[in-house]
Design a protein around this ligand. Structure first.
Ligand SMILES: [Zn+2]
Length: 158
C-alpha cells in the first residue's frame, strides 16, 4: 500500500460493515472512511469515490468522530511493517483486523460485488466541515456502489 499525505475534501463518510474475526470468528462490526472528494492523490481519478486505508496519521477530531461510532478502531502495531497503523480491533479477543482483508479482498465487507452486498453496509456522514490531511493509502474498493446503496444513518446530533 502506497502511504501518502492525502488531502481530503468534504463530505466524509464512515461506513460500517460485518466481519468475522480471524481470531475468534465472532461477527464484529468494522469501519472505514469513504471519501468522494480526494484533493491531491497522484493516482486519483476525478469523481472516483475513494476508500481510505492504512491510516498512519489522522487529525484528532476525525479520530474522535470514528471512535464515537466504533471505539475499537485504534492505533495498533502493524503486522507487516515496523510502523503503527490505525485499524479495527475485535471487541472479544482484541485481534487486529488488517485493512487489506476488509477493503481490498473481494469477499471483504467494503468491496461489495453488487447492490445487495452494498445494502448490508451502513453509512453516516461525519460532521466535518473543512478539508483535512491524513497519512494513509487509498484502497481499491467499490466506493461508488457503497455510496449509492449502503443504508444511510442519521448523523449523531451534537
Ligand atoms: Zn475476535
Amino acid at each position: 500500500m502506497n502511504i501518502e499525505k492525502l488531502k481530503i475534501g468534504v463530505p466524509l463518510y464512515l461506513m460500517m460493515g460485518p466481519y468475522n474475526c480471524d481470531g475468534c470468528n465472532a461477527e464484529i462490526e468494522v469501519v472505514a472512511l469513504l471519501a468522494p472528494n480526494v484533493l491531491n492523490f497522484q493516482d486519483y481519478v476525478e469523481g472516483r469515490v475513494a476508500i481510505i486505508s492504512d491510516i498512519v496519521e489522522i487529525p484528532p477530531n476525525i479520530l474522535a468522530e470514528i471512535s464515537s461510532h466504533n471505539s475499537y478502531f485504534r492505533l495498533r502495531d502493524a503486522r507487516y511493517s515496523d510502523s503503527m497503523v490505525f485499524a479495527n480491533s475485535c471487541p472479544h479477543c482484541d485481534e487486529m483486523v488488517d485493512d487489506f482483508y476488509i477493503i481490498c479482498e473481494p469477499d471483504g465487507p467494503f468491496m461489495p460485488m453488487n447492490k445487495r452486498e452494498a445494502r448490508k453496509l451502513k453509512l453516516v456522514e461525519l460532521p466535518i466541515k473543512e478539508p483535512f490531511e491524513i497519512g494513509a493509502g487509498l484502497g481499491r474498493g467499490s466506493g461508488e456502489v457503497i455510496l449509492r446503496f449502503a443504508r444511510r444513518l442519521e448523523p449523531v446530533s451534537p
